[in-house]
Ligand binder design. Structure first.
Ligand code: CTP
Length: 400
């Protein structure tokens, strides 16, 4: 996977910089072209000569080469790179990256790079756990940069815990498996729906539901990590995508979701309807706020269009259509009926009777039933892990 790839390896001032020599060696062995950029502090831990020799290219430290006065062009370095890996990434450099500071060549290269960025933190346990570091890491992830998680063990301080840079062979396997995963659904257009819909009663009130959008957002992120071009059509939610490549379209009502799904479905290889779409909407929306009166208020509701069923009628044999069923009783029977009625390739069943499953939770417990009525029961997992199971099944169907 790394053969012929142009990799800029950023090395920061951390004791783990000694591992960078082995990392360069492994990357070169895997067939990659390496240019090393070191922060000035990194040179206190490992010499540029070591990294130049191993990478077969001069290691860059300063904006200017002291001997010739030539400029180290960070823009060119950033554009040359297919990947930028910062390993070890110190707490200081992570903080600067998260805030756009640019006081050395590595940070200028980071800001110029258009390629995927990976960072492997190395620091002491308390620095790693500090809220400032947590916030910086989360911010970098929101930029689309990928964390190569640190390991647990004895740290240079003598403390034990998390913060040790991943070992060079672990970094290489992480990169290889991430690149492999990106090929699973490379360039496939996939539509995902998420969250609730809000059906207006008047300019102030609406009928909604408790869907948080967590499951749909996790699915969209996972599909993007598998290389798909994801369009995420979402109802009102506080969720944000971790993968910046996800194209998000915000809608409010079931009718709006139907329109946007229809305009995206023909070009899509797959559609995963995880949204909790309202089945009924007020027959008339009051133009003015409804005033309170004596007695009860009756609101007439009319049926919304079943989006999934509509797409199921339009679907070609090359398209994969996935629905969700959240049930409280006769779970499997209801799910199979929906699967067949809506012409789905598979349905994801979750039961409100399972502890840890359902709205607002970070976990879910699902059963997948496919069109051959083959049933796979999964354990209770985080919604991210559940998304992996669902997306792998989608990838299998697309690639079969
Ligand atoms: N769905 C849809 N359009 C609707 C209603 C639901 O596309 N108007 C989709 C949901 O996104 C989900 C699946 O259909 O993938 C859920 O099926 P369904 O049973 O119709 O939804 P419920 O509202 O749960 O229906 P019921 O009350 O009969 O259980």
């Amino acid at each position: 996977m790394l053969e012929g790839k142009n990799i800029v390896l950023g090395v920061c001032g951390s004791i783990a910089a000694y591992k960078s020599a082995l990392l360069v060696r492994l990357l070169v062995k895997a067939g990659a072209n390496i240019q090393v950029v070191m922060t000035p502090d990194a040179t206190n831990f490992i010499t540029p000569l070591t990294l130049s020799t191993l990478s077969k290219n001069p290691a860059h430290v300063n904006y200017f080469k002291a001997d010739t006065g030539e400029w180290n062009n960070h823009v060119e370095l950033g554009l040359w790179a297919d990947m930028l890996i910062i390993a070890p990434a110190s707490a200081n450099t992570l903080a600067k990256m998260a805030n756009g500071l640019c006081d050395n060549l590595l940070l200028a290269t980071y800001l110029s790079a258009k390629c995927p960025v990976y960072f492997a933190p190395a620091m002491d346990l308390d620095m790693w756990l500090h809220p400032a570091t947590r916030a910086n890491v989360a911010k970098l992830q929101s930029f689309g940069n990928t964390l190569i998680p640190p390991g647990n063990g004895e740290l240079a301080s003598g403390l034990y815990g998390e913060g040790r840079m991943a070992e060079p062979d672990e970094i290489v396997s992480f990169l290889t498996s991430t690149l492999k995963k990106k090929q699973l659904l490379a360039n496939q257009n996939i539509v995902v729906t998420a969250g609730p819909t809000y059906e207006a009663i008047d300019p102030v009130r609406f009928i909604g539901n408790h869907s948080s959008g967590k499951m749909g957002f996790a699915i969209a992120d996972e599909l993007a990590a598998m290389g798909a071009n994801v369009t995420l059509i979402t109802g009102p939610t506080a969720q944000i995508s971790k993968q910046p490549s996800v194209k998000r379209i915000d809608i409010t009502s079931a009718a709006e979701m139907l329109t946007i799904c229809q305009s995206n479905f023909a070009e899509a290889k797959a559609c995963i309807m995880s949204a909790a779409v309202a089945d009924y909407t007020p027959a008339h929306v009051a133009q003015q706020k409804i005033k309170k009166q004596d007695g009860n208020l009756n609101i007439e509701l009319k049926k919304t269009t079943d989006i999934l069923k509509t797409l199921g009628e339009q679907k070609t044999k090359d398209q994969v259509l996935v629905g969700f069923a959240l049930e409280t009783n006769n779970e499997e029977e209801n799910a199979i009926s929906k699967l067949q009625r809506k012409n789905l390739d598979f349905i994801v069943l979750n039961s409100l009777n399972d502890a840890g499953a359902g709205f607002q939770k970070d976990t879910n417990k699902i059963t997948i039933i496919d069109r051959n009525l083959q049933k796979t029961v999964f354990d209770l997992k985080t919604k991210d892990a559940v998304a992996q199971d669902i997306c792998l099944k989608v990838a299998q169907l697309i690639n079969q």
